[in-house]
Design a protein around this ligand. Sequence first.
Ligand code: NAD
Ligand code: UD1
Length: 338
Amino acid sequence: MLILLAGGAGYIGSHTAVELMAAGHDVVIVDNYSNSSPEVIKRIEELAGRSVTACEADVRDSSAMRLIMKANPVDCVVHFAGLKAVGESMRKPVEYYRNNIDTTLTLLECMKECGVHNFVFSSSATVYGEENPYPYVETMPRGSCSNPYGWTKFMMEQILEDASRADPELSVILLRYFNPIGAHPSGRMGEDPQGIPNNLMPYVAQVAVGRRDHLTIFGNDYPTPDGTCRRDYIHVMDLAAGHVKAVEYAATRKGTDIFNLGTGTPCSVLDIVRAFEKNSGVPIKYEFGPRREGDLPEFWANADKARTVLGWTAARTLDDMCRDTWNWQRNNPKGYAS
Ligand code: NAD
Ligand code: UD1
């Protein structure tokens, strides 16, 4: 199949591109490089061993997207293109709603015009909100989100469900990611956040490589086994493999379906620090600070549905996640600019 990856030069899109190509598919990447770099395309080609069609465009630009879809007979669109920093979304809500919702609407309109019927969407565990008990199951209602980023995911899921209800040809797969970490095992591709990392693993990796002095752990008084928050961390290569399954599944059915992509096992902030130290051999300096506003004490996935319906499970361990992150970070201390 030929798959259009909107935002395909980003962290999850780039790993998915390599996995799709390894599975025999072809990809067209559309990205405006607002949070990535054209260097990523070279790395994808290097790892896949063949060339990729890459178009620099804003996914909100419907004339550009129409031209791209007319020139490339795609079978499926995977929508990664979005702004994703929770804190920034509180300061710039309008930009978040504009970018995230408009990219989705433009893709749906252009797909309809060009006869593309399969859509796979990057959603997030954040849509379960604060009300649902864990582990989260796909049948639970969406909850209320604590920030505009989360609400964009909530709204985009609703838009996609409505669109597929109205169009009997449309197949929509909503993938709810838990906490993706790790990197390609080659050390050639990984997460490359701009500025100070918001998320735990890139922060830990930058402390290890000497770019940050120490990690602040946000709270050690949570009602969890060691007092720090617990999450369901998943290797980005497992996540990428989940997209291959989802793209192939999307082509076999119509309507909306939802899958959690997580391991089903929670892990604390201190577990991450210890596993990273073990796998890198580098001590991670940390101190405890106050809780971060909006953090839930713990949540993780029930990942049964992806296993039974898609035939997918997360195969990689926490050690794999830490080892591959470290391999990427030490070989590319400044990310793709190294
Ligand atoms: P990323 O920022 O690395 O990748 C997103 C890509 O989209 C970037 O390359 C960026 O340049 C591009 N982009 C953004 N707006 C665009 C636009 N208007 N036109 C063209 N390109 C545009 O992020 P990621 O971590 O790879 O996440 C991919 C998707 O998965 C996002 O939608 C994100 O919200 C979602 N998600 C990520 C996580 C996570 O922890 N990384 C968790 C849950 C959900
Ligand atoms: C965050 C977002 C979530 C988003 C996800 C992936 C919030 C509240 N949630 O999830 O919407 O889908 O990223 O982009 O921001 N931690 C520290 N010190 C740090 C960084 C993090 O202790 O410097 C802790 C956090 O308190 C949390 C855990 O590490 O307990 C994981 O944090 P993070 O990687 O930011 O992911 P989430 O908060 O789970």
